[in-house]
Every structure is written in C-alpha cells, then in structure tokens.
Design a protein. Structure first.
Length: 395
C-alpha cells in the first residue's frame, strides 16, 4: 500500500488513445495523487509539447520503455500502459519484473496464454494488475449487477449488446495490427468484440456470474465476417451460453452506413435494463435505465466518457493506497479474453462476398460498407437471433 505520498508513476506512450492516459496522469498529478517520474515516448518530435509539459513536472523522458524501467527499477509504484494490443503482454511483464503495479488498457491481451501469463506474473510478484475496461469502474455497473442478483427484473432471459461503429480506411491503416489476427508472432484477435465494443462484452460477462472462473461447458455460436481486406472480423454476431444463466449475445460491425454508438439491454421476465447513449457537446454520454413492472424507471448516469475516465484513474490510485474502490483486475479481465478466444475457436472468419459490398466516400475518406447491415443487425438484436437465423443472404 502507498500512503502519505504521491504514487510514483511512469507512462508508456502519449499519442493516439494514449493521450487519454496522459491527460489522466496530469489530472491526478495536479491533485497530488500521482508523481510522473518518467515516460517512454518514441515520437518525441511529434509530441514536443507533451514532452515539455512532462519535463516541467520533473518527469524524465525516454525513447525505450525497457531503458526507462531498468533505470527506475525498484523505485516505481505504477506503470500506465495505453499501447496497442500486441504490446500489452510484453510491456506488462517487463513492468511487473521491474517492481511496478500495472494499469493496462483493455483488452488484457490478444490471447488467453498471454493474459494468463500476465496475471500469473502479477500474483507471483504481489503486484496489482488493473485493466482499462471503463464501465467496470462505474458505480452504475456495480449497482446493476447487485440488482440482477437480487432478482429486480425477474429471471434474466438475455444479455445483448449492439455497436455499429463505422470505421474508415484511416482506422484500419493506422498501425500494423488493426483488423488482424496476429501481428508478427503475437496474437491480437482485433475485432469489434475485442476492441471497440469490448467494454460491453466484458460487462455482460460480469453480469452473467463469477468472472474469476468460467463454468464448463460454455457453448459459443459465432458468425464472423470481414468486409475489408483483413484476416480478423470487422462484423460479428455471437451467442454465448453458460450453464444456469441466460445467453449473452453480441452484435457489432465497423461496416455500417450509419454510425451508432454501442448500447445494451438486459431483458428479464419482469423488466429490463437499458444502456442508452445520448449526444453531449464534443461527444456522447450514457444513461442506464432500469424498467420494472409497476415501478417508476430508475435512471443512472454512467459518466461516459470523460467523467468515467476521471473515476477510473481515481479508483486505480485509491486501490494502490489500499482503499476500497471499484476496479477491473486482470483476473476479472481474463473472463473477457476467454470469451474472445472461444469465439475464434468456434468459427473461422469468412469474407463477405464482393457482390454484397460497396465503397462509400465522405470528405475524401473511403470506407468499405455492407449495404443493409445496419437493418440486419438491428433486427437480429431485437429478435435475439444470429444473422443466419434471420436469413441474411451472404451468411
């Protein structure tokens, strides 16, 4: 436990999504909760302003994260790792070996073997391994789980999520692993359910029971497709069945024509819980609505995105100080990785036939789309069926 002083923190990366962790680190530093002692930034010329800001706080800048960890070995409390999926395991293992607790971005890793190795290393070193599944840090998530366990909406019949997050050519060209099963020799399994909408799959799995172990047998039916020239899935419909609980259904695609933020429904015999995104200046937020027969709706704000990120890093710091806080541990996040691996083990990724594809252009940027996928996914979600079960012709 860390008491009576700021948490000595190092950060790996500040660009792209890592900018969110950079901002979180600065906010906690301003509050006196963290002390940024070092950062590994490979593109220092591109991020000159951030490097200058960190140096002004006494933070040492490195090009290589391994050199940084070696120099600060044994003197660190926390390493923040907001890098790409292929780097999570190797960076986490290096940080734990250097004596750090770790806060790594979701998903935990690209395959179960890597994720289990990370958790084993943390247990052996008696270090905390926390994962950036943001909704797991929300009080609303913990409240809903307790309500479901108490039977507030009766017997749960289905947990389902749908995310139609449009992604253009820039998204899939931004690195060497987007849309890929592997990057070199490292498993990635990039897909809507292991990346953009992974938060919801993790949360639905959390609602379905204990996440530190999976019951056996679990059955998975998966329909995985790629419309783009990639080898992993950009479109998926999945049904996961666990003994003694309702099915989890996941629907997601990056190839729709209408961007629709992810949402979810837990349907029970006497009510339902709905996650509903809504627009706010500069982005969107989200509310959870609990509807029960004969009772007024209960509405909870999740704080998505920025307020929840603030809650997340505050909870990470509180847990390092030994204070009770809602976090997502590596052991919990293993349940998500198990689901992802079982999805891929159950089905191969198939190409959508060219005759069912189109290329759309918006402001000079192109996207590959599947005409009709928006309507098909919405129908499958409502009817709680796979795409093949509603007669989609290319399945």
């Amino acid at each position: 436990m860390i008491r009576g002083r700021p948490i000595r923190t190092v950060l790996i990366g500040v660009s792209s999504y890592a900018n969110q962790h950079y901002e979180m680190l600065l906010r906690q530093s301003e509050r006196g909760e963290t002390l940024p002692v070092a950062a590994a930034i490979i593109n220092q010329k591109d991020e000159a302003a951030k490097c200058e800001r960190l140096r002004s706080l006494g933070c040492e800048i490195f090009e290589d994260y391994r050199e940084m960890l070696d120099k600060w070995r044994g003197r660190l409390d926390l390493c923040m790792i907001p890098t790409g999926i292929p780097l999570h395991a190797r960076m986490t293992l290096a940080a734990i070996e250097a004596g750090c607790n770790v806060f790594v971005e979701k998903p935990l890793a690209g395959c179960l073997a890597d994720a289990e190795a990370m958790c084993a290393a943390a247990r052996h070193a008696n270090r905390m391994l926390l994962v950036g599944f943001q909704r797991m840090y929300s009080p609303a998530t913990r409240r809903v789980r307790a309500m479901l366990q108490d039977g507030a909406i009766g017997e749960v019949k289905c947990l389902k999520t749908l995310g139609m997050l449009c992604r253009d050519d820039r998204y899939f060209g931004r690195n060497n692993w987007a849309g890929r099963l592997k990057a070199g020799d490292t498993w990635v399994l990039d897909s809507p359910f292991n990346n953009a909408v992974a938060h919801f799959l993790m949360m639905m799995r959390y609602f379905a029971g204990a996440v530190d172990r999976d019951p056996q047998p679990i059955s998975v039916e998966a329909e995985l497709f790629h419309a783009r020239d990639i080898d992993s899935a950009d479109t998926a419909a999945v049904r996961i069945r666990m003994p003694g609980f309702a099915p989890i259904m996941f629907f997601g695609s990056h190839c729709g024509r209408v961007h629709r933020e992810a949402f979810a429904v837990v349907r029970g015999t006497r009510g339902e819980v709905r996650w509903e995104p809504y627009p706010v200046p500069g982005g969107f937020s989200e509310r959870v609505i609990v509807r029960r027969a004969g009772m007024p709706d209960e509405v909870m704000e999740t704080g998505f995105w920025l307020p929840l990120r603030a809650t997340m890093i505050s909870n990470v710091c509180a847990s390092l100080r030994g204070e009770p806080a809602d976090v997502c541990t590596g052991e919990e996040a293993l349940a998500h990785t198990r689901c992802v691996q079982m999805i891929h083990d159950s089905a191969s990724v198939r190409a959508v036939p060219p005759g069912f594809l189109a290329r759309d252009e918006k402001k000079g940027v192109f996207s590959t789309v599947i005409p009709g996928i928006d309507e098909a996914m919405a129908r499958a979600f409502e009817e709680e069926k796979l795409l093949s079960e509603i007669g989609v012709p290319w399945v």
